[in-house]
Design a protein around this ligand. Structure first.
Ligand code: LAN
Length: 731
């Protein structure tokens, strides 16, 4: 049956030209912002469902829009930007978009599907192969951890395997070149643990070569400091199904492809590899967080335990982890928290529930939410989209720049409010404390309500957008009641940590030293929640705006929360003056949010040494052309590394930061405006530049919608800011 699902495909050497007819692809947007791509087979279907601007834009086809009148002021440029961006708004009010970047997700999708006996549509398969061909490094033919990263064993060996499963022959020039890189890097034995895991599932790596991940950890009493419910939610949600599959030593049945891959991936004969010695073998090019001695010691102890597991205990542990997997599936309608756990949960459900069940079917369907068709082919996304995040920024930009008031934009904003209304999570999770979840009543998620996780800053941005749209735009109806806004505030207030800071999904639950047990090797700071300036600032700004409109609701709590959060923000300012970004690249990103927060608390360039230091820091990084440019390396090294070119999005962040701070001199802002205007295309859009986002210190992720929201926002804001400055100086 697998042979039928994955028959070999004969594909061209180059991925330049699409492997399918791009005029037949459609993005279906439904169910509160779900994104799935569909290929229409007949002309009749195409006539009934014509391709729209959204389909065309994201697949790199021309929209054939007329040139807009040349902008002579920043506001005109912002308006042109929005005239274009409005074409990309979906019928339900939100802005769909690509959310690619990481290159370690495809293998999970492909190996997981293969192992569970789930296929792909032929057109998907072709465009998936094409994407990987297009993303291979031109020099060595390998892949990295993310699209801009250097080739690693994780990226290269695992994506190579994905290509082979998808139907590429081992003799295809792309496969030959990639294989040479795998061998040059020492073979697949040097993959980090998350790579070893998928190879073991596929039965092209032996479980003996994998450090133990016992499910029994879940049987410890909850008070023990290392109990997994205290781990960062992404890490624990990966380790739950991973420990299940490890616990049962899941592996695929051998077949010809598997036997062949065993020969292709290694520098020595597969059967002569001494597996236990490979457990800690991680290629130097892959390594970001080396094992600590504590982790190595723990692995030694656990290895002894693995040689004499107690069957009753293992059984109980497997039952426990399976239950947690079911809770997660049911809480998220099979989306799960993210793309890694998605495919692992799917495989667990296949192993236990089996094919042919509704669960299996639902899991198979929801894979499509993570797949996105771009100009280079079909990629796998970092989440099921960034829906709320994108709508949050563009709506605030429109209100703050006054574009929201223009009659041409009214309808679009009404639709956006409608989407925000539908996206708010109204209840706590179905499985709540039993699944160790944070409250969600009143929250907004990062992507869709269905996924259903609150993130502190997503709730903050959602709340801000609604407050703006409902209170500052004439003619919008108040669709979200005060009670619902209060619920959002309650959720935010429940998420502050003792130090005043905010983490991402939950309160910080575990001690920092848990990081010593970080076994993922390729990521940093993943074991517990940490407080982040970005998350904290979103909460400060949203609560500050909220209390202006609702001065009587929990006023004392809100006041205390904001004060403590601002204290935290001051504490984490770097000596040079900036804030380190954890989710965007890098200092420009976090510093923008920090200065917005401080401004709301009354701290500006003129009265606050901290703000002055921050502005001086940013100004010291402005380049000759008026722009800012930070390389993604900044995030890895946590110190400023110049990008080869200045970046429109980062320039906007830096200029916004200066404006929040009420920086008194026009010149740097004028120069930034000029640069951003000079890069605008005649149709009002901006071309894609370097990758914008990051997670876990070492992996980058794309936010292609930022080039619209932050440009429009900055230009519109700068228009009034500069006018005002000049008028005041004239006096
Ligand atoms: C995201 C995307 C959004 C991001 C912000 C809202 C920007 C941030 O301020 C808080 C954290 C959050 C929600 C976030 C956390 C980690 C995510 C989910 C991601 C970067 C997108 C992909 C990433 C996820 C962990 C990828 C899967 C990889 C694993 C290591 C499990």
């Amino acid at each position: 049956q697998l042979a039928k699902l994955y028959s070999p495909l004969d594909v061209p050497e180059s991925g330049k030209e699409p492997f399918t007819d791009f005029s037949r692809w459609r993005l279906l947007v439904n169910d509160g912002g779900r994104h799935t791509w569909h290929y229409l087979k007949t002309d009749e279907e195409c006539d009934k469902w014509p391709q729209n601007h959204i389909d065309k834009y994201w697949t790199g086809q021309s929209l054939n829009l007329p040139d807009l009148p040349t902008a002579t002021t920043p506001l005109e440029a912002a308006r042109n930007g929005y005239t274009f961006y409005k074409h990309l708004q979906s019928h339900d009010g939100h802005w769909a978009g690509e959310y690619g970047g990481p290159m370690f997700l495809y293998p999970g999708l492909v190996i997981g599907s293969y192992a569970a006996g789930m296929g792909f549509k032929e057109e998907e398969r072709l465009e998936m192969i094409r994407y990987l061909i297009n993303r291979a490094h031109p020099e060595d033919g390998g892949w990295g951890l993310h699209i801009e990263g250097h080739s690693t064993v994780f990226g290269t060996a695992l994506n190579y395997v994905a290509l082979r499963i998808l139907g590429m022959s081992a003799e295809h020039p792309v496969a030959v070149k990639a294989r040479a890189t795998i061998h040059r890097l020492g073979g697949a034995t040097g993959a980090p643990s998350w790579g070893k895991f998928w190879l073991a599932i596929l039965n092209v790596y032996e479980w003996e070569g994998f450090n133990p991940v016992p499910p029994e950890l879940w049987l410890f009493p909850e008070w023990v400091p290392f109990h997994p419910h205290k781990w960062w939610i992404h890490t624990r949600n990966v380790y739950i199904p991973m420990s299940y599959l490890y616990g049962i030593r899941f592996k695929m049945e051998e077949n010809d492809l598997i036997r062949s891959l065993r020969q292709e991936l290694y520098t020595t004969d597969y059967h002569r590899i001494y597996w236990p010695a490979q457990r800690n073998n991680v290629a130097a090019v892959d390594l970001y967080s080396p094992h600590t001695l504590v982790l190595d010691a723990m692995n030694t102890v656990l290895s002894i335990y693995e040689s004499c597991t107690i069957p009753a205990l293992r059984k109980a542990a497997l039952e426990r982890t399976y239950k947690l997997i079911v809770y997660e599936d049911e809480n998220t309608e099979y989306q799960t928290l993210g793309p890694v756990s998605k495919m692992m949960n799917l495989l667990c459900r296949f192993a236990v529930d089996g094919p042919g069940t509704e669960v299996y079917h639902q899991h198979a369907i929801k894979r499509a939410d993570f797949m996105w068709l771009g100009a280079e082919g079909m990629m796998m996304c970092g989440t099921n989209g960034s829906q709320l995040w994108d709508i949050g920024f563009i709506t605030q930009a429109l209100v703050e720049t006054g574009l929201a008031k223009e009659p041409d934009n009214k309808e679009s904003l009404k639709m956006a409010l409608g989407w925000l209304d539908a996206c708010q999570i109204r209840e706590n999770p179905k499985h709540f404390q039993t699944a160790y979840r944070q409250r969600t009543k009143g929250a907004w998620p990062f992507s869709t309500k269905e996924q259903g996780y609150t993130v502190s800053d997503c709730t903050g941005e959602g709340l801000k957008s609604v407050l703006y749209l409902q209170n500052q735009v004439e003619g919008t109806e108040k669709v979200i009641s005060d009670d619902r806004l209060f619920d959002a505030v309650d959720t935010l207030l429940s998420m502050q940590n003792d130090n005043g800071g905010y983490a991402s999904y939950e309160l910080v639950r575990g001690p920092k030293w848990l990081e010593w047990l970080n076994a993922a090797e390729v990521f940093g700071d993943i074991m517990t929640e940490f407080c982040y300036p970005e998350c904290t600032t979103s909460v400060i700004t949203s609560l500050s705006i909220f209390r202006k409109h609702h001065p009587n609701y929990r006023a004392a709590d809100i006041g205390r929360t904001i004060t403590k959060a601002i204290q935290y923000l001051h504490q984490v300012q770097q000596p040079e003056g900036g804030w380190v970004g954890s989710w965007g690249i890098c200092f420009t990103y976090a510093t923008q949010f920090a200065l917005e927060s401080l401004a709301l608390g009354g701290e500006y360039y003129g009265n606050s040494p901290a703000v002055r230091r921050a502005c001086d820091f940013l100004l010291s990084k402005q380049r000759e052309d008026g722009g800012w440019g930070e390389s993604y390396k900044t995030c890895e090294l946590r110190r400023w590394v110049e990008h080869e070119n200045t970046q429109v999005v980062q320039t906007c962040w830096a200029a916004m930061a200066l404006m929040y701070a009420k920086y008194p001199h026009a010149e740097p802002i004028e120069k930034a405006v000029k640069l951003v205007m000079s890069r605008q295309l005649p149709d009002g859009s901006w071309p894609q530049e370097a990758i914008e986002g990051v997670f876990n210190k070492n992996c980058m992720i794309s936010y292609p919608n930022f080039k619209f929201s932050f440009t429009i926002w900055m230009l519109g804001k700068a228009h009034y800011y500069l006018k005002d400055l000049i008028a005041r100086q004239g006096k």
